[in-house]
Design a protein. Structure first.
Length: 68
């Protein structure tokens, strides 16, 4: 039971975001690699779908904010 609780807590923590998006924006998909996150973020930045100048690192994944 203790192992299951620890695993559940780890999964919950790994999906938390350290950066809060502005209203009208939501979190992008989660990226394991920062380079993949940066590539998609740059495409969205030039298409005016994000205001982020970098990807942010959560506990496990990288992400950025995308317009709704």
């Amino acid at each position: 039971m203790k192992r299951l609780l620890t695993l559940s807590l780890l999964v919950c923590i790994s999906n938390t975001y350290a950066y809060i998006c502005f209203p009208g924006y939501h979190y992008s998909q989660n990226y394991v690699f920062e380079a993949a996150c940066d590539f998609d973020r740059m495409k969205d930045f030039f298409n005016k779908k994000t205001y982020n100048l970098e990807c942010y690192q959560g506990w496990v994944y990288y992400y950025y904010c995308v317009k709704d």
